[in-house]
Design a protein. Structure first.
Length: 176
């Protein structure tokens, strides 16, 4: 892999992490819940997503911890789940679907507990549970799709190699 590609991928990962962080902070500001601690937790949890290719489990842990801490600190808001859903998807895609599901359950449990006095918290938690389930399933589907593409590519390479060997064999028989 060329250095240019790695740099471009890292830049794309950082860009996505920043965009997710900005959206989540803006949602917190719109809800009048954006204190300094809240913003710091959201930014830390969101920026961790930039390392999702190299350390998906660490990203899952940091993102879940930071955003859950913000939920406990400032109360539940569905927008706070966005970075965690992304981390759950990545962990599932890299083969850690059990860990991803456990992190989602921890986040949802803390979310429901933090909002236990809030009306509609059960409905909101169930909605988020659906998003987390989708993140785990799409991560698994992406993993399977990538495996299928690798297998198809290997078959195509093997078929090309077989054709080349047959052509060389025919050329050797024709000259001999």
């Amino acid at each position: 892999m060329s250095g240019y590609r790695i740099t471009r991928e890292r830049f794309a990962d950082l860009t996505v992490a920043v965009v997710v962080g900005v959206i989540t902070v803006l949602a917190a500001v719109a809800d009048d819940r954006a204190g300094l601690v809240d913003c710091a937790l959201i930014v830390a949890g969101s920026l961790a997503l930039a390392a999702h290719r190299t350390a998906p489990l660490a990203v899952l842990a940091v993102t879940t911890a930071c955003l859950l801490a913000d939920v406990v600190h400032a109360g539940p808001a569905a927008g706070l789940a966005v970075p965690v859903v992304g981390a759950v998807h990545t962990a599932s895609r890299t083969g850690h679907r059990g860990t991803a599901a456990a992190a989602a359950a921890v986040f949802l449990g803390g979310y429901a507990a933090a909002g236990s006095a809030t009306s509609g918290i059960v409905r909101e938690t169930l909605l988020l549970a659906g998003w987390f389930l989708c993140a785990v399933v799409t991560g698994l589907a992406d993993r399977n799709w990538q495996a299928y593409l690798r297998q198809t590519e290997q078959r195509a390479l093997e078929a090309e190699r077989t054709r080349e060997e047959a052509a060389l064999r025919r050329a050797g028989e024709a000259s001999g």
